[in-house]
Design a protein around this ligand. Structure first.
Ligand code: FES
Length: 566
């Protein structure tokens, strides 16, 4: 019988009551796949991959897996790929967010239960990378992530289009009667035309930049387009690096630290990143016992300008960020504010990485620190009587003239109510009103969908109204633009103040003071019955979700998955 190595296939033996028998049986079954002794004695590098026919963003994963395997083999490891759940953003009901924690559990458990000395995780579409980061942080074996990379843009009648800011822009124009049915069908075929994740600074791109800043993907790889040959080279290099990580025993707990999380938070603000990313980063950090407070977010936001001019904040796409130099130049601009002693999966510190000048940078896309796109961070947290535990506004993608404002509430009690009435010609609404959506938070029937981008009521859209103050406990796609307040906590479904707002109430927003207040006195509020609408599924994962999901300021993770639950 072969020697018993302390690594590789000998890790985590199946329990038959006889360890030698277990290894003998495992090797025997592995040999049925044609492996030789030489290769079975190598370090095993798992490749957690999330290809799926339901995930267009990952359609190039077969060749990405091949490239990763090539890197592992060349470096002396044995690559073994395995599937996990995949979450194709637009294919899941009621929302992919509900399944992020399920995927994180799948990743954690399969990485922990199967024998591997290190793991490469291939993901990218909105919830997949957060789920994988959460899973690898909890499993805490040597891990390196590879992101899908962004889609390329395409041209429609001479106009550059990329998912998904342009998806929403055209849909709004269609609703306003400016775009015909024929044209919207043509646009449908031109928005997402290659493999890869959404082409703008949406959630997937934001999370890729966060993963690079945290140090969980190789430096310089966040923005490489999905279809670019460099993407394959990044996968190959990541596979090779995983073999070294297995020997160095460098684990996520050494990489995801309070300091690297703060760096990631700062980069999130400097890239004008997605509102969803604050939830995901909070969840990832929570897996290592690190808390992110919204007060700290505000403090960092005040001293961190937006430097990257991508949609939905500006005119450019992710492929432009890649051509402009990638995330590296952003990190160089922020260098005085970053913790430079953070170690990365490359085995170097952030400071060592940034010791080399960035080379060519297109400063139309990545601005200098003293010539920012926006003087402060992209996101800001609001607090007040309507959001005691906080709410989020992406101020860099909002209409500044609406920031200091008081308005009359026009309330929708659920997504179904919104769908029923938003285009009713008799809806009592003016452009100065605040649209309020209730019961769209994590514990609601709808499971916190990206429905916070409430459409402009049909009759106002036709008058040319482009933006209004809109607020809810829902999320919003990172690709959307508007004065939209999200993640209100506690959510309406749990009886939070949002559930007691009624038509005609006055609400005051002050971005300067970080306030969101319901101007109704306590005696009147006490008389009102909450319109709470808690989800109450009877069985399965949805029951688990309903019982254990936390609020947005805690990352919407499950209470028992946070590290301090151990
Ligand atoms: Fe996959 Fe946008 S749909 S990243």
């Amino acid at each position: 019988m072969a020697d018993k190595p302390k690594h590789g296939l000998a890790r985590g033996l199946t329990n038959y009551g006889d360890a030698d028998f277990s290894l003998y049986l495992r090797r025997s079954f592995a040999k049925s796949m044609g492996y030789s002794d030489e290769i079975l004695n190598r370090p095993v590098i798992g490749i957690a991959q999330s290809a799926s026919g339901y995930n267009n963003c990952h359609r190039h994963f077969p060749e990405l897996i091949e490239a990763t395997k090539r890197g592992v083999l060349a470096a002396g490891g044995l690559p073994i790929d395995f599937p996990t759940i995949s979450l194709g953003e637009t294919f899941l009901n009621p929302t992919s967010m509900m399944y992020r924690n399920l995927m994180s559990m799948d990743v954690e458990e399969m990485v922990s239960a199967q024998p591997m000395d290190a793991v490469v995780l291939l993901g990218g579409c909105d919830k997949t990378l957060p789920a994988q980061l959460m899973g690898s942080a909890s499993a805490d074996i040597p891990a390196i992530h590879v992101v899908a990379g962004p889609m390329m843009t395409s041209l429609y009648k001479g106009e550059r289009l990329g998912a998904c800011t342009d998806c929403r822009r055209f849909w709004a124009r269609y609703r306003a009667g400016e775009v015909s049915g024929t044209e919207i069908s043509e646009v449908e075929g031109s928005l997402a035309t290659t493999a890869g994740t959404c082409a703008v600074m949406g959630t997937a791109s934001t999370m890729a930049c966060i993963a690079e800043t945290l140090g969980m993907i190789l430096p310089g790889t966040a923005s490489i387009p999905a279809v670019h040959a460099d993407r394959l080279r990044a996968a190959e290099a990541s596979g090779a690096r995983a073999v070294e990580l297995a020997q160095e025993k460098l684990t996520p707990s050494q990489i995801i630290t309070e300091k690297s999380v703060e760096n990631a938070l700062r980069v999130l603000l400097a890239i004008g990143g997605s509102t969803n990313a604050i939830i995901h980063l909070t969840a990832v950090a929570g897996r290592r016992g690190i808390d992110i407070s919204l007060d700290r977010l505000n403090a960092i936001s005040d001293e961190t300008p937006v430097l990257v001019d991508l949609k939905p904040t500006g005119p450019y796409y992710m492929e432009d960020l890649f051509a402009a130099g990638g995330l590296g130049p952003v990190l160089h601009e922020l260098k005085p504010l970053l913790h430079l002693d953070c170690i990365t999966v490359a085995g170097e510190t952030l400071g060592e990485r940034l010791a080399t000048p960035p080379g060519y940078v297109d400063h139309d896309v990545v601005h200098h620190f003293d010539d920012p796109v926006y003087p402060q961070g992209g996101l800001v947290a609001l607090f007040g009587s309507l959001a005691p535990d906080g709410a989020i506004l992406k101020r860099s993608a909002a209409e500044e003239s609406l920031f200091e404002n008081e308005g009359r509430a026009v309330v929708f009690s659920s997504l179904a109510d919104l769908a029923d009435r938003i285009d009713d010609p008799d809806l009592d609404v003016t452009p100065d009103d605040f649209l309020v959506l209730q019961n769209a938070g994590p514990k609601s029937q709808s499971g916190m969908p990206e429905a916070g981008y409430l459409p402009i009521p049909g009759k106002l859209a036709k008058q040319g109204v482009k933006d209004m103050v809109r607020l809810s406990d829902a999320r919003m796609s990172g690709t959307a633009f508007g004065t939209i307040i999200l993640h209100i906590a506690p959510e309406a479904a749990t009886g939070g103040p949002l559930s007691r707002v009624r038509n005609g109430d006055r609400i005051r927003l002050s971005v300067e003071d970080r306030r969101l207040d319901l101007l109704v006195d306590d005696a009147e509020l006490a008389k009102r019955k909450a319109t709470a609408d808690l989800a109450d599924p009877k069985r399965g994962y949805k029951r688990l979700y309903a019982d254990h999901v936390l609020q947005a300021p805690e990352g919407c993770d499950f209470d028992f998955l946070k590290q301090d639950a151990e």
